[in-house]
Design a protein around this ligand. Structure first.
Ligand SMILES: [Zn+2]
Ligand SMILES: [Zn+2]
Length: 253
């Protein structure tokens, strides 16, 4: 096959993997929601249908740069992805994961904030906020313009920051799980974490839910760092404290 045909095959394969990853992760947490909080998504069938359609289009858009870079990595020696653990010191493994998450978070914060300006919001970001309230299926529910801003991040970072292939897998797993759980409508992390010292810096569902309620705050992805230093952090969704608090609240009435 010609290189062009191989690149297309790689893009299609990546699209398939990303679509499957979405269906399994969102489907898994949607099932967990149904089992632990029956009725939370009641009346949202039409919205969920739209979330799934937009997400599958996003999988196609994410697959294009990912497929190109995966091909170049395998066939042309592109990227700083390494497979031999001895290439860098072991302490660099967690550092590389932290660097990727921080770089991704920084890109997300500023592009997300820009997309909340009225003109850009209508064009690129209204689709994501059409989920009211979001569900586990909204993880990749983006307009193609917004999907494009997300799709280029990791494929660009692998040219700049060295990372072991397993550490990259961990970054992608964190990205996937947080993307789903931050939208699923309930807090899965324990109260001591969400309301403790770590929770002041980490973003979980309680934080992102407030962004979907309020629109003008809490723009971050993984960390509250940029929100805090830019004064856009408005804290956690008030009636959304933790799984146990919500469950006991629901039990009361
Ligand atoms: Zn969101
Ligand atoms: Zn937003």
């Amino acid at each position: 096959m010609s290189p062009l045909a191989l690149i297309l095959v790689s893009m299609l394969a990546m699209t398939g993997i990303i679509a499957l990853r979405y269906l399994l992760s969102s489907g898994g947490f949607a099932l967990a929601t149904r089992l632990t909080r029956p009725g939370l998504y009641k009346g949202l069938d039409r919205q969920i249908g739209a979330e799934i359609r937009w997400s599958l289009w996003s999988a196609l858009i994410f697959g294009v740069p990912a497929g190109l870079v995966a091909w170049g990595w395998q066939n042309r020696g592109w990227t700083l992805i390494y497979t031999d653990l001895r290439d860098y010191p072991l302490w660099y493994l967690p550092v590389s994961v932290a660097l990727y998450l921080f770089a991704h978070d920084t890109w997300f914060y500023w592009t997300h904030r820009a997309m909340h300006r009225p003109a850009l919001f209508r064009v690129a970001h209204a689709v994501h906020h059409a989920s009211r309230p979001p569900t586990a299926w909204a993880a990749m529910s983006f307009h193609p313009w917004e999907a494009l801003t997300g799709a280029v991040v990791i494929p660009a970072l692998v040219f700049v920051i060295p990372i072991h292939v397993a550490a990259l897998g961990l970054v992608l797993t964190i990205m996937t799980v947080m993307g789903v759980t931050n939208h699923m409508g309930w807090e899965m992390f324990p109260r001591w974490l969400v309301h403790g010292r770590a929770g002041r810096w980490l973003i979980t569902a309680s934080h992102h839910q407030r962004h979907h309620d309020n629109y003008r705050c809490n723009y971050g992805l993984y960390f509250r760092f940029w929100d805090r230093i830019c004064g856009t952090d408005k804290g956690l969704a008030p009636d959304f404290a933790t799984a146990s608090a919500r469950a006991s609240g629901a039990a009361k009435g």
